[in-house]
Design a protein around this ligand. Structure first.
Ligand SMILES: Cc1cc2nc3c(=O)[nH]c(=O)nc-3n(C[C@H](O)[C@H](O)[C@H](O)COP(=O)(O)OP(=O)(O)OC[C@H]3O[C@@H](n4cnc5c(N)ncnc54)[C@H](O)[C@@H]3O)c2cc1C
Length: 458
């Protein structure tokens, strides 16, 4: 049977765009549909604009630190519309590049929502167009989760809206305990808003190494962000031009903004997957095999919608591997182990591999190396922020299982540490590398004494 397209991709984010381009360059006839803006979450309302806001927020600390270095900064003032609009200009520029790269690669873009009619047919919701395709790739990503049923929910915002605020709130209450909550707290705090995080768990950053989590609690509070754990919201009401939030501990908080960052769900609602017989799990994620094939032979899924490792470089890898497997005749499974990740809090985190707790569960006995120090750059500035570095090593094989860093430039360090962990280096090989002085990173190769765990921070 002749199809309109060999491949129809739904969702032009990190994964969908990569898959469409590689498939088209391999000779496939490819279309892609995007319901919001080409580029997807990362480019439009995730990694990229977030990192730009982090850069913007960091000037506050840099100005404070500069005094000890002899600088006097007069009259430093911050203007939110300038930063917001400059970030949006950059986002628009990048979205344009994504679009033109798709077109250059011969992909047909449709800028509207698409849904499945069956395992080989797709409909465009606005224009009503219908197309057949040899294969359909679901690359619809995820969307912010909201606390269903909370009275006054509509008065809050999610990360989607945070980038576009008309004015910077004087104070903000952020709900959630994951990296998005912590990063936005860092951004708003740095830009001058009084910031508080309310989280139902007893500690932030579930899934990260426990020492890192403890360190981030100490440092986040030291930075001036208020943390309220084991607490939820019970109601939000409007009170003049402010919001009155009631917490489960009975407290009332008056704030200008409430931001929900309680997680994300796979974007499969209303997509028509059931019409094609595609299996989803209890969270709505498309269930796929190692080649990203769903329960239906002609339907594949990549990136956040599969809820495996929800990060941009993973979605891109998934998309590339899918296109290589199917259209370049190069079967490529994606290895989702030892993916490095970052949290742009204060200090920032860079981490790769297993945390100590997970390592003990999967490998039994482990050796732990840990150091906690005030870095050189903070000494004469008076900045009290401390750096934590930790290595987790398999006691039996000496293989490095995890590297966890919270400190200035930690994400930059973690990218390179990931090469060592991915390559399966031993601690002995790691230590044979001569230190690079004077850096903070040199401490990573100078940790020789095993420490007792759990750490003293508990
Ligand atoms: C605030 C925030 C910060 C983040 N920071 C980082 C970070 O620092 N580093 C990192 O690696 N990752 C980060 N992420 C995660 C990262 O954005 C995602 O992992 C990545 O975008 C996933 O790519 P994807 O291709 O699976 O989906 P997406 O990039 O989400 O793309 C999916 C696209 O599909 C579209 N779509 C959905 N349904 C339909 C439909 N029916 N028809 C047409 N189009 C549809 C959506 O509009 C979207 O554009 C962040 C996420 C958020 C929210």
């Amino acid at each position: 049977m002749k199809y309109d397209y060999d491949l129809f991709v739904i969702g032009a984010g990190s994964g969908g765009v990569r898959a469409a381009r590689i498939a088209s360059q391999a000779g496939a006839r490819v279309a892609i549909a995007e319901e919001y803006r080409i580029g997807g979450t990362c480019v439009i309302r995730g990694c990229v604009p977030k990192k730009l806001l982090v850069y913007g927020a960091e000037f506050a600390q840099a100005f404070a630190d500069s005094k000890g270095y002899g600088w006097t900064v007069h009259d430093a003032r911050f203007d939110w519309p300038t930063l917001r609009d400059n970030v949006q200009k950059e986002v628009t520029r990048l979205s344009g590049i994504y679009t033109s790269n798709l077109i250059k690669a011969g992909v047909t873009p449709f800028e509207e929502r698409a849904e499945l009619i069956d395992a080989h047919r797709v409909k465009l919701v606005k224009s009503g167009g219908e197309f057949t395709a040899g294969r359909i790739l679901i690359a619809t990503g995820g969307a912010p989760q909201l606390p269903d049923g909370l009275p006054g929910l509509e008065l809050g915002i999610s990360s989607n809206e945070a980038f576009l605020l008309e004015k910077l709130p004087r104070n903000i209450l952020i709900v959630g305990g994951g990296y998005v909550a912590l990063e936005f707290a860092n951004i708003f705090h740095g830009l001058g808003a009084e910031t508080r995080i309310v989280h139902r768990g007893d500690r932030m950053l579930r899934g990260f190494d426990d020492d890192l989590r403890a360190h981030m609690h100490i440092e986040t509070e030291r930075a001036g962000i208020k943390l309220t754990m084991k607490t939820t919201l019970t109601r939000i009401v409007k009170s003049g031009d402010r919001l009155r939030v009631t917490l489960s501990n009975g407290e009332h908080v008056d704030t200008e903004q409430v931001l929900f960052a309680i997680g994300r769900h796979p974007n499969t609602r209303g997509l028509g997957l059931e019409r094609a017989g595609v299996e989803v799990d209890k969270y709505g994620a498309v269930v796929v095999d190692e080649y990203s094939k769903s329960s239906v032979d002609s339907v594949f899924a990549i990136g956040d919608v599969t809820n495996r490792v929800n990060l941009t470089p993973v979605a891109i890898r998934d998309g590339h591997a899918f296109a290589d497997t199917i259209y370049n005749n190069r079967p490529t499974p994606v290895d989702h182990r030892n993916v490095p990740s970052a949290v742009f809090g204060r200090p920032p985190i860079g981490t790769v591999g297993l945390g100590e707790g997970d390592a003990r569960l999967s490998h039994g006995e482990v050796h732990v190396y840990r150091t906690n120090f005030r870095p050189m750059r903070n000494m004469i500035s008076g900045n009290q922020e401390r750096t934590l570095m930790k290595l987790v090593v398999d006691a039996r094989t000496d293989v490095l299982l995890g590297v966890h860093i919270a400190g200035e430039d930690a994400p930059e360090m973690a990218q390179l540490a990931a090469v060592a962990v991915k390559a399966g280096l031993t601690k002995k090989q790691w230590d044979s590398t001569v230190a690079l002085h004077p850096t903070a990173a040199e401490e990573l190769v100078l940790m020789r004494e095993k420490v007792q765990s759990p750490g003293s921070l508990f």
